[in-house]
Design a protein around this ligand. Structure first.
Ligand code: 9MR
Length: 552
C-alpha cells in the first residue's frame, strides 16, 4: 500500500537556532509559488512568505517546493509552518537547541559500554543493566579471549570498550574511527558535563568516555604489534538479548593491516590530546601507535575477509588510505619527516570518509596540527578542505531536502545518515578554517535533514522530534520485542535509508522505494535501522559543533 509520511510540510522537528538558517520543504505537485505562514504556539502568524518551486527530487521521488523563513529571529516553543491547510510537526526556536542532544548523543557511548554495569543513577532505572562479558555465568568474559580456532595460540584480555551497535561484537576499524571522532569533537568543541561514572574527575568528560574505548583498542594489539580486527561471538546472537546473558564463546579474529593502522592513527591522536590530561595513557597510546605502524610496514597487505559468521565483516582490501591517515596522525603528533613522506592521500568529495575510506582523514588530522605545516602548506590544506566543502554545499543546495549526501550512483548506502553527518563535519571544519558562514549554515542545515526535513518526515534521532525513530535494531533496547526491556536511549541515530534492502524486514516493506525513503523504523531492519558507534560519534561531533556555534 501507499506509505503515510504525515504532513507534507517537512521541518527540523527539534527546531531551529534563532541565529541559524531556517528552511523547510513542502511536498506538492503545484508548480507556482504558494503562501506559507509561520505560526506560533497560539496559532498567531509570526512570519509569512512564498514557497519556491524546486521540481522533482530524484532521491525522494517527490516534487517539492522550498521555504526559507530565515528572516524570523524570535525564539519560543511549539511553532508550526503552514501551507494552505497543511501544517508541519511542531518545533522550537532556541539558542540552546542542541545542548541536550549533544549530551545525549555522547551518553549513547556509556549506555553501550561493555564490561561495566550500566547504572540507574546515570541512565535511569529502565536502561540500567548488568555488566556484559565479565565472565559471570552464562556469560563469557572478555578477559581471556582465545583466537578463532587455528588462527593463533595465545589469548588476550580485551575487556571493556563499546559494543559496536545492536550486536555484541567489538570491531577495531569503526571502533577506532568513533573514538577518533570523539577526540576531534573535543578539539573542536571542548567538553560539557556528561552523566557518567568518571564525571567530576579532573579530565573532560568526553575524554573519559573516549578513554573507555581507547583502553580496549590498545588491548586488541597482539605481541607482534599487529592488531586483531575484531572480537565477537561464534554465531550471531538472537534478538533480544542482554549483554550479560550472552552464553556464546567469543573469539579474537585474525589481525589485519587496517585494524593495525587504525590503532596507529587513533593512538597518535590520543597521545597528543591526553598529554595534558593523562600522561600515562598518552604514553601507552604513543608506544602502541609506534609499534602498530612498524608492524603494518612489515605486514602491509593482511586483509580482513568478507563474510564469516557471528559478527560484521568490516572487510577492506585497500589500505593505502589507512597508511596515509595513520602517517598524518603520527606526523601531527611527532613532527617526524618519515611520517610526513608517508602521507599519500587527500580529502575528496567523492570519498569523504568512513570506516572503510580513511584517506580523507589525513587532511583532517593535519587541520588539527597547523604548527607542523609551513604557511603555504596550511594555505593549500585550507584550499583542499574548502574545495570539498564547496562541493558538499553545492550538493546540499541542489537537493529538495537540503543535504550534503548525494551519491553519484543514485543509491543510498547502509548507514547513509553517517555519510550525511560526516560530510557535515567536513563543512564544519571548513568553517573553522575559513570563518565563511556558508559552511556553518550548510552544516546546520544538514541537521534539519537528520531531524525530520526529509522525504519521509522522519527524525532519525530517538527522543528528538514528533516523528522520531524509536525501534532501532538493538539487543537490549528491544522494547518492541519485550515490554520488560527499554527502548533506545534518547540521542541514538538510526543508520537511515539504504537502497540495498539488505534485511528481510526492509525487503518485505520497502520494495521499489526511492533511495531517501528506503527506511523502516522496525527493530528487525538492521540494514536501515541499526545504531552504531561510528554513526553516533558523527552525530555527537555535529551536534557539539551546532551547540558551540549556535551564535555567529
Ligand atoms: O556500517 C557497516 C556498513 O558499512 C556495511 O555495509 C554493513 C554490512 O557489512 O555493516 C555495517 O556495520 C554493521 C556491522 O557489520 C555489524 N554490527 C552492526 C554494524 C551496523 O549495522
Amino acid at each position: 500500500g501507499v506509505r503515510d509520511f504525515g504532513s507534507p510540510v517537512r521541518v527540523n522537528q527539534l527546531g531551529y537556532l534563532p541565529d541559524g538558517p531556517k528552511r523547510a520543504t513542502y511536498v506538492t505537485d503545484q508548480t507556482t509559488p504558494l503562501d506559507w505562514n509561520l505560526l506560533d504556539a497560539a496559532d498567531r502568524v509570526v512570519a509569512q512568505g512564498k514557497t519556491k518551486p524546486f521540481g522533482a527530487d530524484p532521491m525522494a521521488g517527490q516534487n517539492v517546493h522550498k521555504i526559507d523563513f530565515g528572516t524570523y529571529r524570535g525564539s519560543g516553543q511549539g511553532y508550526r509552518l503552514a501551507v494552505g491547510t497543511d501544517r508541519s510537526e511542531p518545533f522550537d526556536a532556541a539558542g540552546d537547541l542542541y545542548r541536550d542532544l549533544r549530551r545525549d548523543a555522547l551518553e549513547y557511548f556509556y549506555n553501550n559500554r561493555s564490561g561495566i554495569p550500566i547504572e540507574a543513577q546515570y541512565v535511569g532505572a529502565d536502561r540500567a543493566r548488568d555488566a556484559g562479558h565479565v565472565g559471570v555465568a552464562p556469560n563469557k568474559g572478555d578477559t581471556s579471549v582465545p583466537c578463532f580456532p587455528g588462527t593463533c595460540t595465545y589469548s588476550l584480555d580485551v575487556r571493556g570498550g563499546w559494543y559496536d551497535a545492536g550486536d555484541h561484537g567489538k570491531y577495531v576499524v569503526n571502533g577506532a574511527l568513533a573514538a577518533w571522532q570523539l577526540l576531534d569533537l573535543y578539539e573542536q568543541s571542548g567538553s560539557r558535563a556528561l552523566r557518567i561514572p568518571e564525571a567530576g574527575n579532573k579530565i573532560p568528560d568526553v575524554l573519559d568516555e573516549a578513554k573507555w574505548q581507547l583502553d580496549f583498542l590498545l588491548r586488541m594489539q597482539a605481541p607482534s604489534g599487529m592488531v586483531h580486527h575484531k572480537i565477537h561471538d561464534e554465531k550471531w546472537t538472537g534478538l533480544p538479548l542482554k549483554p550479560a546473558a550472552d552464553p556464546q564463546p567469543r573469539y579474537l579474529y585474525p589481525p589485519s593491516t587496517a585494524a593495525t593502522l587504525n590503532v596507529a592513527a587513533v593512538g597518535a591522536r590520543c597521545a597528543r590530546i591526553y598529554a595534558r590530561w593523562d600522561k600515562t595513557l598518552a604514553g601507552r597510546c604513543l608506544a602502541a601507535a609506534d609499534k602498530a605502524w612498524k608492524a603494518a610496514l612489515k605486514n602491509p597487505a593482511v586483509y580482513a575477509p568478507d563474510g564469516g559468521e557471528g559478527g560484521g565483516a568490516y572487510d577492506d582490501v585497500k589500505v593505502t588510505d589507512e597508511f596515509s591517515w595513520a602517517a598524518a596522525e603520527l606526523f601531527a603528533t611527532t613532527g617526524r619527516g618519515v611520517y610526513k613522506k608517508a602521507i599519500t592521500t587527500q580529502l575528496t568529495a567523492a570519498d569523504g570518509f568512513s570506516w572503510q575510506e580513511t584517506g580523507g582523514l589525513a587532511d583532517l588530522a593535519l587541520a588539527r596540527a597547523p604548527r607542523r605545516l609551513s604557511p603555504i602548506e596550511q594555505w593549500k590544506l585550507r584550499q583542499r578542505i574548502s574545495a570539498v566543502a564547496d562541493q558538499y554545499v553545492a550538493d546540499l543546495r541542489a537537493q529538495g531536502y537540503a543535504n550534503p549526501y548525494r551519491p553519484a550512483d543514485g543509491k543510498y548506502v547502509w548507514g547513509s545518515n553517517s555519510a550525511v553527518a560526516n560530510s557535515s563535519m567536513i563543512m564544519a571544519t571548513a568553517y573553522e578554517l575559513t570563518g565563511q558562514s556558508k559552511y556553518r549554515d550548510a552544516a546546520l542545515e544538514s541537521l534539519d535533514y537528520l531531524l525530520g526535513r526529509n522525504a519521509i518526515n522522519q527524525s532519525y534521532v530517538t527522543g528528538y522530534g514528533e516523528r522520531a525513530s524509536a525501534n532501532q535494531h538493538h539487543r537490549f533496547w528491544a522494547k518492541s520485542l519485550d515490554p520488560a526491556l527499554p527502548s533506545p536511549a534518547p540521542g541514538s541515530l538510526a543508520g537511515g535509508p539504504n537502497s540495498g534492502l539488505q534485511d528481510p524486514v526492509a525487503q518485505r516493506n520497502l520494495q521499489g522505494c526511492a533511495p531517501a525513503t528506503c527506511y523502516v523504523d522496525d527493530i528487525g531492519s538492521y540494514s536501515t535501522n541499526e545504531v552504531a558507534v561510528n554513526w553516533n560519534s558523527a552525530l555527537a561531533w555535529l551536534t557539539a559543533f551546532a551547540d558551540t556555534h549556535a551564535h555567529h
